[in-house]
Design a protein around this ligand. Sequence first.
Ligand SMILES: NC(=O)C1=CN([C@@H]2O[C@H](COP(=O)(O)OP(=O)(O)OC[C@H]3O[C@@H](n4cnc5c(N)ncnc54)[C@H](O)[C@@H]3O)[C@@H](O)[C@H]2O)[C@@H](O)CC1
Ligand SMILES: Nc1ncnc2c1ncn2[C@@H]1O[C@H](COP(=O)(O)OP(=O)(O)O)[C@@H](O)[C@H]1O
Ligand SMILES: [K+]
Length: 527
Amino acid sequence: MHWRDVSITNGPRPVSVPGQQALYGSTATRQIEQWAASTLPHHTLMSRAGLSVARLAQALQPHARCIWVACGPGNNGGDGLVAATHLHRGMQARGSKFHVVVTHLPNDGARLPADALDALQAARAAGVVFSEEPPAHFDLAIDALLGIGRIRPPQGRLALCLKVLRDSSSPVLCVDLPSGLDADTGTLTGEAGAARAGERHTLSLITLKPGLFTGTGRDAAGHVWLDDLGIAPPQSTPVSAWLGMQPTQATARLHASHKGSFGDVLVLGGQGIGVSGAGMTGAAVLAGRAALHGGAGRVFVGLLEDDAPHSTPWDPACPELMFRRPSLLLESDTLRNACVVCGCGGGTAVAALLPRVLSTARTLVLDADALNAIAADASLQTLLSLRRDRGRSTVLTPHPLEAARLLGSDTRQVMADRLKAAQTLADRFGACCVLKGSGSVVAAPGEVPIINASGNAALATAGTGDVLAGMIGSALAPLKLVDEQMQDRVASAVYQHGWLADHWHDTGHAGELSASRLAARVRPLAG
Ligand SMILES: NC(=O)C1=CN([C@@H]2O[C@H](COP(=O)(O)OP(=O)(O)OC[C@H]3O[C@@H](n4cnc5c(N)ncnc54)[C@H](O)[C@@H]3O)[C@@H](O)[C@H]2O)[C@@H](O)CC1
Ligand SMILES: Nc1ncnc2c1ncn2[C@@H]1O[C@H](COP(=O)(O)OP(=O)(O)O)[C@@H](O)[C@H]1O
Ligand SMILES: [K+]
């Protein structure tokens, strides 16, 4: 997904909104909805929602002959019924070949909410066709089964309709949320919506929800649209997360600048094949290259467990990188003054360096094996936690498994609530935490988390995380940071990393995305 895909339907054209967009979870959205409903005539919100859905449906498939509207037992289903009534009227006017079919699934035993009941009666009165089963063929489906209500595992006809929607090769427009998606966490209930065949759109109502942008949310939601239904959330409603869509253009450098103006990055990692037999030198080199292209004035690379003590390592593709023995770097002022990126391909050798690095580095990015070593050693965790009180800044860049190790949990629990996992790590260690993956979460102690809007699965290839660590290193190197700036700065680097993948083919014959090609495309961030 790209920021252009987040469009506002409450106007004649899509609106691009660089910067940050507020996301509200289900509790905050309900508060806003209840406050708005109390100030408006009965049925206003559902009328606006249904009309907006119908308009977007028409815009997406103007020549559709059959539109299937799957309506659930709550107000999400009510929105679908209002949309079906509008679409039915529009299609009736075009002739007998055009029709809308509604499958309505009332809640066993429970009564429909009043708004949804009104919408059902209006649809029946308008002559909308109802069917127990989905039609054999449809040109567009509207998924109005479940919204932000409490969800139970789907069974029976509900499960069947969800499966038809999931497997549909025709476009699907989801009302408010893909049914079964948790608005707060981006997890899907049961099998609902797991595999996606055709084009998907989601029209989010009143607010954008965090779950649309992280975990499985992005695959389930497809292109995300917003209609605020004319409601501006009250200032008092707490934002649940920000959607990070930072601009990526670099500003021109001052003429009177020199390499010292842009800071040093020191990469410690890249364990040689040596004793362990597992060489990961490339990881440190990738981080170093990314830091260099990201604008660092000087980049030093300290390779761990050097194989051939008398050889001089260098990177022919990037001879600007300065290789140093880690023992020299650990004793030098560079450790104190540079932004240290530690752990990319660090293997087992990195653990021995960490006490000194954690105690001394001014600004520190901890990645991969450095995180694994800290997860396994309580004394390193203590040193990490002490850094903030000592005025030092730290960024953690775990993928979900590394996050699980640090939290003493498992990947499933991390993925069940990515925002919470990232925030817990940030608060526990007094560090900025980037929980990587689809919709990376950038959390900082006491701050509202940012969900990154850029990136795609082309990044799921070895070494792109090392590139990200180097990019964050160069983004932080020139700055004497206060903590609030740090989260935004890190989020900008994360955004650029994903943006490069989203725009990979914009400039022609680049070949497929690989970590080394990605590193070569990195550019300095603004500011
Ligand atoms: N009330 C209003 O005025 C507005 C409501 N809106 C819509 O209302 C939605 C929220 O409505 P609701 O709170 O009614 O929630 P839902 O529409 O998500 O429905 C929840 C209902 O589904 C049932 N359910 C959940 N899992 C089930 C399962 N596995 N099998 C059978 N039944 C199951 C629940 O028991 C509950 O009755 C929003 O997502 C949005 O689409 C918006 O249109 C804005 C205006
Ligand atoms: N499906 C995806 N969508 C967006 N970003 C992704 C996706 N898969 C991977 N990435 C990004 O690619 C990078 C991979 O990092 P990591 O897992 O540490 O790999 P490695 O250790 O091989 O470098 C992270 O920045 C992650 O957010
Ligand atoms: K829905």
